[in-house]
Design a protein around this ligand. Structure first.
Ligand code: MG
Ligand code: ZN
Length: 214
C-alpha cells in the first residue's frame, strides 16, 4: 500500500515536471536543479557565479528551504529575480512548488533558471522539477565517500562541484577516491574543483554554464 501511494505521488510529480520542462524549453530557458547537503555552499556558489555571467545572460533563482527567506535575500543582492519557496517542513522541492514559484518570475527576461533545492542528499533526487539538468554540490569537508553512500543523488548529475577546495590541506579528503566512485556511478558527470570562498575554478564553471545555454 505504502509503495503504491509513493509511486502515485512520483507519477503525478513527473507529469507536472514534464509540463514545466516543455514550457521552459519553449522559452529557451535552461534550468539547473542544484542539490547538496546543508552547508555545502549551494547559495554561496550562486552568489559568486551570477555576477560573473556575461551581461546578456540573465538568470533567475528559486530558493528552496524549510523556513526563512535568507537565501533568496542573499541572491537578490546580485540583482537577479529571486524567489523563495518555504516547504513548511518538507525535505525536498517538488514540481508543484516550482510551478507556483515560476508564476512570480518574468520568464521572458531570462535564459537561465537556477533552482536551489532543500539541503539534503536523499529524497530531492527522486523528484524531477522539470530541470534541464542537475548540479550536485559536494564539499571537501563532507568527506570523499558521498557518491558511494548516496548513489541516487550522484547518478543523474550533469556536473559535480567539489566545493571548499581551499580547505583540502586541512582534511583527509582524497580526490582520487571521490573521482573513482563517481566514475562507477556516473561516468558522464563532469567534476570541477572550486572554492566559493576564494573563487578558484569559477572561470571554468562560468564557461561550463554558458556553454549549455539553449
Ligand atoms: Mg542555501
Ligand atoms: Zn524529502
Amino acid at each position: 500500500m505504502k509503495v503504491n501511494v509513493m509511486s502515485d505521488i512520483l507519477k503525478a510529480n513527473d507529469l507536472l515536471a514534464q509540463d514545466i520542462k516543455e514550457m521552459l524549453k519553449k522559452k529557451q530557458i535552461v534550468s539547473w536543479n542544484i542539490m547538496g547537503s546543508p552547508g555545502s555552499g549551494k547559495t554561496s556558489i550562486l552568489e559568486r557565479l551570477i555576477p560573473m555571467l556575461p551581461g546578456d545572460v540573465k538568470a533567475a533563482v528559486i530558493e528552496g528551504d524549510l523556513a526563512t527567506s535568507r537565501d533568496a535575500e542573499r541572491i537578490a543582492k546580485t540583482g537577479v529575480q529571486s524567489t523563495q519557496i518555504n516547504t513548511q517542513g518538507a525535505c525536498h522541492l517538488d514540481a508543484a512548488m516550482v510551478r507556483t514559484a515560476l508564476e512570480k518570475i518574468d520568464l521572458d527576461d531570462i535564459s537561465i533558471l537556477f533552482i536551489e533545492n532543500v539541503g539534503n542528499l536523499i529524497c530531492p533526487a527522486g523528484f524531477s522539477l522539470g530541470e534541464t539538468g542537475r548540479i550536485i554540490v559536494s564539499s571537501i569537508t563532507e568527506g570523499d565517500d558521498k557518491p558511494e553512500k548516496y548513489p541516487s543523488m550522484f547518478k543523474n548529475a550533469h556536473v559535480v562541484l567539489l566545493n571548499k577546495i581551499d580547505l583540502k590541506s586541512q582534511t583527509n579528503f582524497r580526490i582520487d577516491n571521490f573521482t573513482r566512485e563517481m566514475k562507477k556511478i556516473n561516468p558522464q558527470a563532469d567534476i570541477m574543483q572550486i572554492s566559493a570562498t576564494n573563487g578558484s575554478g569559477f572561470t571554468e564553471l562560468v564557461n561550463w554554464v554558458v556553454g549549455r545555454l539553449l
